[in-house]
Design a binder for this molecule. Sequence first.
Ligand SMILES: *[C@@H]1O[C@H](CO)[C@@H](O)[C@H](O)[C@H]1NC(C)=O
Ligand SMILES: *[C@@H]1O[C@H](CO)[C@@H](O)[C@H](O)[C@H]1NC(C)=O
Ligand SMILES: *[C@@H]1O[C@H](CO)[C@@H](O)[C@H](O)[C@H]1NC(C)=O
Ligand SMILES: *[C@@H]1O[C@H](CO)[C@@H](O)[C@H](O)[C@H]1NC(C)=O
Ligand SMILES: *[C@@H]1O[C@H](CO)[C@@H](O)[C@H](O)[C@H]1NC(C)=O
Ligand SMILES: *[C@@H]1O[C@H](CO)[C@@H](O)[C@H](O)[C@H]1NC(C)=O
Ligand SMILES: *[C@@H]1O[C@H](CO)[C@@H](O)[C@H](O)[C@H]1NC(C)=O
Length: 404
Amino acid sequence: MKVASAGAAAVAVLSALTYSYANSAPPFTLPPQSVYINPLSYNVLGPNATWRNNTYTTLFNPTNATPPFFQIFDPSFATLLGPSASLNRVALNTSFAFAHEAPVWVPETDEVTFTSNDGGALGYSDWSHNSVVSKISLTEAEAAIASGNPNISITVTPLNLSDAIQMTNGGTGTYYGNIILVTSGRALLPSSIALVNPSPPYNVTVILDNFFGRQFNSLNDVKVHKPSGNIFFTDTSYGYINHFRPAPTLPNQVYRLDPTTGTVKVVADGFVRNNGIAFSNDGLTAFVTDTGTTGFDTNQTLPATIYAYDIDPVTQAFTNRRVFAYADSGVPDGIQVDADGNVFSGCGDGVEVWNKEGVLIGKIYLGTTSANLVFAGNGRLVILAETAIYVANINLQAQSLVYP
Ligand SMILES: *[C@@H]1O[C@H](CO)[C@@H](O)[C@H](O)[C@H]1NC(C)=O
Ligand SMILES: *[C@@H]1O[C@H](CO)[C@@H](O)[C@H](O)[C@H]1NC(C)=O
Ligand SMILES: *[C@@H]1O[C@H](CO)[C@@H](O)[C@H](O)[C@H]1NC(C)=O
Ligand SMILES: *[C@@H]1O[C@H](CO)[C@@H](O)[C@H](O)[C@H]1NC(C)=O
Ligand SMILES: *[C@@H]1O[C@H](CO)[C@@H](O)[C@H](O)[C@H]1NC(C)=O
Ligand SMILES: *[C@@H]1O[C@H](CO)[C@@H](O)[C@H](O)[C@H]1NC(C)=O
Ligand SMILES: *[C@@H]1O[C@H](CO)[C@@H](O)[C@H](O)[C@H]1NC(C)=O
């Protein structure tokens, strides 16, 4: 009895503290287009809550704000957004998933290239049909944003690439002035890594299309490790899952291509379905996403997880794997790390942002899936959202992906 009432009193005090803290004004000035959600305000939902049963279809939006907006969980995200943050949709085609993956910013032209969905919904690509690589001009996007037009629709220009490019899924650059694309391959045509001239005639040079004579499963994403200049890429089974490639014949792995010697080696395995890849700005830490939740079916007991690794200074094998973060909505797909160590990944509700300790500090909440994003210089983020592209102007310090 005594124990019980002491316990009840303790709970009452705790909930009173929780209540007052949760309902206090945000301890910072709220940036434009943002909402603050104090974690203490939702940590206890009680027995009658409406639970989220499906990570894809029921998203976390406790303030019921209308997307797009910034969702702030930690004051540091308000600092990252800055006092004049903005988030604008700049392109839309509701009938075509033209903006799926492989975003690359080309500083010389201030353009961003990207690819349509390969094999998935609204992608209009399959075993017999290729996906489409396109570009937008950020100069045009910025002018449209500055005009105050609430319904921006900038030009999306398809690039006429060589048939060597089949089902693009990843990209980075620029690399010696070129875009690097990784392709999943299509049907019996192999996966490849290719250099693409970002200007007309957009000519292509394939630099890898096999592993000692064996085809890759379906290459997914790529980054250049700047301290060494080596090219790291992920191979996984989505070409087969999306019905445009034969059954996998290799494990799902991360590889390193040394472009000088041409050697290719495996640096990480042990994934369900590895996907995006990124390095910290100092090149000491590698991040690989595992989108195991998404297979032929959704299985929420499989990873939606970002792993961090050390990079062995001699072998460049990815070592000391640890969980960096688990995404609460959908799967963490493409991934980018800013100069301060914040990690951005395209997830089921937009872009989720973790600080370098792996704490979710905020989201660029779109209410729909983003597969990837790219920094376009300091303060600018271009977010692919399948049938739409968004530009966020925020206070971030970008990591430059330009090499050398
Ligand atoms: C939950 O709902 C039931 C039935 O409506 C109600 O009796 C109970 O008081 C509610 N519990 C809480 C904690 O609100
Ligand atoms: C979640 O699952 C429970 C148990 O199956 C069900 O009662 C509830 O209605 C579901 N909630 C939603 C939002 O679908
Ligand atoms: C959307 O994409 C489809 C397929 O490429 C194209 O036919 C259509 O013109 C596009 N619509 C707009 C508004 O751009
Ligand atoms: C927005 O622009 C698109 C394309 O320019 C047009 O089809 C659509 O009707 C516009 N929507 C609104 C609400 O003005
Ligand atoms: C696209 O490139 C091919 C050669 O790769 C060329 O034959 C064709 O004319 C080009 N089409 C356009 C529209 O530029
Ligand atoms: C494109 O063609 C030019 C002229 O032949 C060549 O110098 C350049 O290396 C090519 N780029 C690629 C990526 O193939
Ligand atoms: C989900 O994945 C787990 C782990 O691999 C497996 O045991 C389980 O059978 C899967 N569930 C379904 C419904 O496929």
